[in-house]
Design a protein around this ligand. Structure first.
Ligand code: SAH
Length: 395
């Protein structure tokens, strides 16, 4: 079977990253003759160099800029056993770090499975397939997930916008068991709620787990602002750790509703207040009212979702840093996060520093972090380490 895969060759001197071990080959790096172009999206292929030496096995999509994603060494069969092996390895890594079954179980390239994300909420797995190649392998993959993790419910949350780039349709369905309206999340000793069908992404952002705890450790007795709070990840934990008052701002009504329920479930509702607003407008309003916060966290949606947005995104991060630092009380703390993989750590840190400076504040960078251990990065793919979270102590 492995031998029957079509072979696609790199152009001479192209594909520097994939030759060095990265799992992606871009469409401009490979020889696209008529036969290659005619391959259906998601076809399993072998990638070879210009001399014919095979680099690896993966899948191909003529419609995608990332034309080939590699999964395995050349002769590997991509079958149930292949997936079971990957899932067991991924599970082993998570159970080493987490006592309770709430984590990202599969983080795409970081776990050797491009095009696949699995978030686990106890007995329920929320699965996101983002490429044509993984879509074609879905039945085998789900069979293997069952063998490795035996979840009661499996929800296919295949409505990410990036699927359109792969020529895939958008759908959400239960692949096994039921698709509950609401899932409980346990994290850092707090209890939250996620909507696995209608919420953003899988319903929960596990990537900020460690950063939520780091922020909570600054929260005792503090007036805290959680801008872009989603379902309360930062704000509710901070209140549980003793914030005197927590203000949670988001533009999404359903997200705020879940945040309010989380506050209730953790016994901190009396110290939390929820504001439905654009975050920039809220920051402006607080500044006008001369309202100060001892701790502020800003965790916006990606300001640079694609490469062409990098400059505009960078300006938005700078503006957010400026406006947020303006309302931090003297001696307070500010955490700024970015999940734009198109904006590097260095660039993000530069924009944050410039924004803080422009508000006339002096700051010390006291913590620099990314996503938690359940979001492993592919070492040759800086894009897979997309999350940045910088914490500053302000004068
Ligand atoms: N901090 C959250 C995750 C934030 S995700 C956590 O810990 O889980 C980004 C959030 O920004 C989403 O909840 C989204 O609804 C919200 N959002 C998007 N645009 C916004 C805007 N202009 N103003 C306020 N919130 C916005």
């Amino acid at each position: 079977m492995a031998a029957k895969r079509p072979i696609i060759r790199l152009k001479p001197r192209e594909g520097r990253r994939v030759r060095a071990g990265a799992p992606w080959a871009f469409s401009n790096e490979i020889t696209m003759d008529a036969a290659v172009k005619a391959l259906p999206p998601g076809t399993e292929v072998q990638l070879a160099d210009e001399g014919g030496a095979v680099i690896g096995a993966g899948y191909f999509n003529p419609k995608s800029l990332i034309a080939i994603r590699l999964l395995a060494p050349p002769e590997t069969k991509i079958d149930r056993d292949f997936f079971v092996g990957k899932f067991r390895r991924a599970l082993g890594l998570r159970t080493r770090f987490f006592d309770r079954p709430f984590y990202r179980l599969v983080h795409a390239e970081g776990d050797g499975l491009p095009g696949l994300v699995v978030d686990r909420f106890d007995e329920t797995c929320v699965v996101q397939v983002t490429t044509a190649g993984m879509e074609r392998l879905t039945d085998t993959m789900l069979d293997a997930l069952d063998a490795a993790a035996a979840p009661q419910n499996v929800i296919l949350r295949n409505d990410t916008p990036s699927r359109a780039l792969e020529g895939l349709d958008s759908y959400v369905r239960a692949a096994k068991g039921a698709a509950p309206e609401r899932l409980a999340v346990e994290e850092n000793g707090a209890r939250y709620f996620a909507d696995p069908k209608g919420g953003q992404k899988s319903g929960w952002y596990y990537d900020q787990r460690d950063n939520r705890l780091a922020l909570a450790q600054l929260a005792k007795g503090a007036r805290l602002l959680d801008a872009y709070c989603y379902s309360g990840g930062f704000g509710v934990l901070a209140a549980k750790h003793g914030a005197s008052e927590a203000t949670l701002v988001d533009s999404s009504e359903p997200a705020l509703k879940l945040a309010a329920e989380a506050a209730e479930a953790n016994g901190v509702a009396a110290r939390c207040r929820f504001v439905k607003s654009d975050a920039f407008e809220a920051l402006e309003r607080f500044a006008r009212e001369e309202k100060k916060f001892d701790v502020v966290v800003c965790d916006p949606p990606p300001f640079a979702p694609s490469r062409k947005d990098v400059e505009a995104g960078a300006r938005a991060y700078r503006r957010l840093a400026r406006m947020a630092s303006a309302i931090v009380a003297p001696g307070g703390f500010l955490m700024l996060a970015s999940c734009s993989y198109n904006v590097s750590r260095e660039r993000f840190a530069l924009e944050c520093a410039a924004g803080i400076g422009r508000s006339g504040r002096h700051a010390a960078l006291i913590r620099e972090a990314g996503a938690g251990t359940d979001h492993p990065a592919h070492p040759m793919l800086p894009e897979s380490a997309y999350l940045k979270a910088l914490t500053y102590a302000l004068d």
